[in-house]
Design a binder for this molecule. Structure first.
Ligand code: HEC
Length: 156
C-alpha cells in the first residue's frame, strides 16, 4: 500500500470510529435545545465580530460592523417560544444549561430577550458611525446577554 492510500485508509477508519460518536451526541439533544444553542452560537459569533473591532484586534470596518449588528437584530427578532419547550431544563435532561427558573419567570425572560433586541438596535445605529460609537454600544449589548445568563444559565 502506498503512502496516500494508507493515509486514506487511516482517515476512513477515523471517520468510522469518530463519526458516529459525534453524531450521536448531537442527535441526543431535543431539536428545540439544539435550535436555541444554535441561536446562541450565532449571537456569540456576531457579538465576537463586534468585540474584536472594539478591542482593536481587527481593523474597524463600518460595513462589517453594521452587518454583524444587523444580524444580532434579526437573531433577537426570532420567535423563540418553540425553542424553550417545557421539560428541557437542567433537571429534566442532559446537555443543557437552561435552569428550571427560566420556565418559572417567562415574563422576565421575555423582558431580558427584548433588552437584547433593543441593545442590538442601538448597536446597529452606532456601529456604522465610528469605532467610538461601536465601543460605546458594546457594554449595553454585553450586559443584556449577561443579565439573562446570570439568571437562567447554569454556570460552567
Ligand atoms: C433570554 C435569555 C438569554 C439571552 C437574552 C441570551 N442568552 Fe445565551 N443562553 C441562555 C440560556 C438559558 C443558555 C443555555 C441554553 C442551553 O444550554 O440549553 C444560553 C447559552 C448561550 C451560549 C452557549 C451555547 C451552547 O452551545 O451551549 C452562548 C455562547 C450564549 N448563550 C451567548 C449569548 C449571547 C452572545 C447573547 C446576547 C447577544 C445571549 N446569549 C443572550 C439565555 C440567554
Amino acid at each position: 500500500m502506498n503512502a496516500t492510500r494508507m493515509l486514506t485508509a487511516a482517515a476512513t477508519v477515523a471517520t468510522i470510529i469518530m463519526g458516529p460518536a459525534i453524531a450521536h451526541a448531537q442527535e441526543d439533544l431535543p431539536p428545540s435545545v439544539a435550535a436555541r444553542k444554535a441561536q446562541m452560537s450565532l449571537y456569540a459569533f456576531n457579538l465576537g465580530q463586534l468585540g474584536a473591532m472594539a478591542k482593536g484586534e481587527v481593523d474597524y470596518d463600518a460595513d462589517a460592523a453594521t452587518a454583524a449588528a444587523s444580524n444580532l437584530v434579526k437573531l433577537s427578532s426570532l420567535a423563540a417560544g418553540p425553542m424553550w419547550v417545557p421539560g428541557t431544563d437542567t433537571e429534566s435532561i442532559d446537555g443543557t444549561r437552561a435552569l428550571p427558573a427560566l420556565w418559572e419567570n417567562m415574563a422576565d425572560v421575555v423582558e431580558k430577550a427584548t433588552a437584547v433586541n433593543e441593545a442590538a438596535v442601538a448597536m446597529e445605529a452606532a456601529a456604522g458611525e465610528s469605532l467610538e460609537g461601536l465601543q460605546g454600544a458594546m457594554a449595553g449589548l454585553g450586559q443584556a446577554c449577561g443579565s439573562c445568563h446570570k439568571a437562567y444559565r447554569e454556570p460552567n
